[in-house]
Design a protein around this ligand. Structure first.
Ligand SMILES: [Zn+2]
Length: 181
């Protein structure tokens, strides 16, 4: 029952224009210039209120590197042991590489042996959103940045204490802001 409920929530989000998803979406029909301007005004208003970052696909493609775009906007996964942070132990805070929101502190990073940066908790639960991901014949929980909707990775329940969670994140979705102590 729970999985069905989550699926419906996901569909409702899609219907409401809930941001990027792992599914390939058909191109949107072209709106007239007036409609576009009206939509932009409404979107700006919503952004001011919710602090959300919403950009067009073209904007993201222009601002992100090819690898960041593939991971964060197309739900790609970098190969294990290939990203720049999988083995990093430098103290600091990992920010969303797309919008700069603080996501994970190095103090919650642990060596999972998976080849991807792994954390047992986010800086703030409100900075992370989850979605059910049923791609590749698996049921997984996808993690996205709550501010810009960027795909980050997945969360599993085989992590260490105190949470038991393993947030398995692509290096390409992160930017480490080093802490000087
Ligand atoms: Zn973000």
């Amino acid at each position: 029952m729970r999985a069905i409920g989550m699926g419906l929530t996901c569909l409702a989000m899609l219907a409401a224009g809930g941001g990027a998803t792992c599914r390939r979406e058909a191109p949107q029909p072209q709106a007239s210039q007036i409609e576009k301007a009206d939509q932009a005004r409404k979107a700006n208003k919503a952004d001011e209120m919710s602090n959300e970052v919403k950009k067009s696909d073209e904007q993201w493609r222009a601002e992100l590197t090819d690898e960041q775009y593939r991971v964060m906007r197309q739900c790609g996964t970098e190969p294990a042991f290939s990203g720049k942070y999988w083995n990093t132990k430098t103290p600091g805070v990992y920010l969303c590489a797309a919008c700069g929101q603080e996501l994970y502190d190095s103090q919650t990073k642990f060596d999972s042996g998976s080849g991807w940066p792994s954390f047992f908790a986010p800086v703030d639960e409100a900075h992370i959103a989850t979605r059910s991901d049923t791609s590749y014949g698996m049921v997984r929980t996808e993690l996205v940045c709550s501010r810009c909707g960027a795909h980050l990775g997945h969360v599993f329940d085989d992590g260490p204490d105190p949470t038991g969670q393993r947030h398995c994140i692509n290096s390409a979705a992160l930017e480490l802001k080093e802490r000087t102590e």
